[in-house]
Design a protein around this ligand. Sequence first.
Ligand code: NAD
Ligand code: UD1
Length: 333
Amino acid sequence: MTILVTGGTGYIGSHTAVELIQKGYEVIIADNLCNSSESVLDKIAEITGTKPKFYLVDLTDKEATRKIFEENKIDAVIHFAGLKAVGESCLKPLMYYYNNIASSVVLAEVMAEYGCKKIIFSSSATVYGEPETVPITEDFPIFTTNPYGTTKLMIERIYTDLAKSDSEWNVTLLRYFNPIGAHSSGLIGENPNGIPNNLMPYIVKVALGELYQLSVFGNDYDTHDGTGVRDYIHVTDLALGHIAAIEKLTDPGVHIFNLGTGTGYSVLDIVKAFEKANDIKVPYVITARRPGDVPILLADPSKAERELGWKTKLGLEDMCRSSWNFAKKTLNK
Ligand code: NAD
Ligand code: UD1
């Protein structure tokens, strides 16, 4: 089976490409490299022994996207490509709406032209906005608080409408919670440009000595230690969730799943776990709450376990250890 992985040189896409290749799938990657590097292809080759075929393509470019389908017989698409920084999306909403939505529409149009009607889309827990209760099940109301989140919600709707209009489409919407960690080889991982916005990449930069200290955004939330609680999921477990979706969801229609662990950790839990797993200090200071943050986000992942036979296996220690292993091996050069 040949899978087109859009955004496949990115963080989650590269881990998924590795797992797919190791399970015998043929992987083709399409990426415009706006937030990743072509060198990731060599890392994938180093891990798996296979360098995936690569198309340097912006998915808003229909002709260039067509070429991929013209030259290959693609059975399914895992669509990771997109811009993902919440703060940036508030400053540059049109860039986010255009890039994320236009590329998703063009991709689906081209897929339909070539009779490829199976797509797995990277959605996010951000579509649950500020839920009134946790854990969150897939039938919770969806609404968003920033343009990035709105692109995810809109693409979910667009693909749902597509499946309604043509009963041959098989659409899977995977709502990721907080992916962290890196491949056990330390060769691929998360490598954001500039000063990170998200917790684990920030902790890593502090541990590397590149940033002075972590700001913990608020310790007056109604949580066990006052700091924000999230459902962190190891990126390798997340990658395996996509393979379960490819293999189990053979019926057409729209399939929606949370991918999370169901366990919540606070900011200070993460700091302490990172320090313990890696025997390194992470200096931090408590600061004001970050606008837009919610106290607790937690998945109910039981639908994925029931219907996909997928369950996370890697715990917090693995997440912290692999993040640091990647940082030492690959970032700190
Ligand atoms: P990433 O930035 O590492 O990877 C995304 C890739 O898409 C990058 O390599 C980028 O160059 C590429 N890209 C962006 N726009 C493109 C375009 N128009 N054409 C071709 N390539 C394009 O991000 P990631 O963390 O791997 O996230 C993958 C997907 O998962 C994204 O859609 C993101 O919104 C979603 N998601 C991520 C998280 C997270 O915390 N990382 C959480 C929930 C959902
Ligand atoms: C962020 C995105 C969300 C996306 C999710 C996926 C924002 C506002 N939200 O969620 O849309 O779906 O990533 O991974 O960016 N924290 C600190 N100090 C820091 C960084 C973070 O204390 O320097 C805290 C936050 O307040 C939060 C927790 O750490 O409680 C996790 O933050 P982060 O990693 O940014 O993820 P989310 O905000 O949950």
